[in-house]
Design a binder for this molecule. Structure first.
Ligand code: ZN
Length: 302
């Protein structure tokens, strides 16, 4: 009878122990905080792995500055994975270091906590952080201007205040080639410097769609021949899009390239946005160039 009772007690004890372990184990799964007592031989890394966390996230959650200095018997609070925890900002913390510790982003923490100025987080401030929400790095977007073209554009030394305007043209013929335009300007129009524009953007017919051709006049930083005014030609960069925009629209690639080229040239030359003009708007003589269907502002603002 006595032994029977003792065995019963022992069994009840064992069941209670199993139940307690089950609660501890289920805690994180249920999105509740659990605790873990550090055993001999356990590192933060081992414990973190057990709960599907990183050592740094676990350390940060428990305010442990040095993850290598934990004691046997020390109790850790285990945040549920992808759960929200409260983090108290320490001295020297920045949003990005905090984000890194919790595998999230500074932007996500700022958003969750209504932080307008990410540089003004004071020690002691409590932040709600959702662990492990960092997005995988996305592939960088392809550059709007090809690297080799960019080097060609950047090669010449640009004198300060050299350029005052950027003027956009169409070629008026979608079948134009660079060689044909060069021939027309040099041989027919008898321009000693050849191609009148500094840049030509191809349309995919006899030129590559969206390709920026860097003209000789840009390489030499000399005057254009694209306006009916000698003084304007002296200070106006000419960009010509192949096509007739009385009839058709610029291609999507032409639009993207034009926007990128204008933006890059403005940075290099200091030409203000207000001085990016169409031929029609700047020319002293009436012209339809670059065509009624061409909208400069819609291209530059999208
Ligand atoms: Zn024109």
């Amino acid at each position: 009878m006595l032994t029977f009772l003792a065995r019963g007690k022992r069994q009840t004890g064992r069941i209670l122990a199993i139940a307690a372990a089950a609660i501890l184990w289920l805690g994180p799964a249920l999105g509740q905080a659990a605790t873990h007592t550090i055993q001999r031989g356990e590192t933060l890394g081992v414990i973190a792995k057990k709960y599907g966390l990183s050592a740094s996230a676990l350390a940060a959650h428990n305010g442990i500055a040095d993850p290598n200095r934990v004691k046997v018997g020390q109790k850790l609070t285990i945040p549920a994975k992808a759960d929200t925890l409260t983090y108290t900002v320490l001295k020297g913390d920045t949003l990005s270091t905090i984000a890194k510790k919790h595998q999230t982003t500074a932007a996500a923490i700022a958003k969750a906590n209504g932080i307008k100025n990410p540089n003004a987080i004071r020690p002691g401030r409590k932040l709600k952080i959702t662990v492990g929400t960092a997005k995988k790095p996305t592939k960088p977007r392809p550059a709007a201007i090809a690297g080799s073209t960019l080097r060609e554009i950047n090669r010449p030394r640009i004198r300060r205040n050299r350029w005052k305007h950027i003027v956009i043209h169409h070629s008026a013929d979608s079948n134009n080639s660079i060689r044909g335009m060069e021939h027309y300007h040099r041989r027919v129009r008898r321009m000693e410097n050849g191609l009148a524009y500094h840049f030509v953007i191809g349309n995919g017919v006899k030129t590559t769609d969206g390709k920026i051709y860097v003209g000789d006049r840009w390489k030499r930083q000399i005057r254009g021949g694209h306006l009916a005014s000698s003084s304007l030609n002296e200070v106006a960069i000419g960009i010509c899009l192949v096509g007739n925009f009385e009839k058709t629209l610029p291609t999507a690639k032409q639009r993207t390239s034009l926007k990128a080229l204008v933006s890059h040239l403005r940075k290099r030359t200091g030409v203000p946005f207000s001085q990016v003009r169409t031929h029609r708007h700047i020319n002293p003589k009436p012209t339809i160039c670059p065509g009624r269907r061409f909208s400069l502002r819609s291209i530059l603002s999208t």
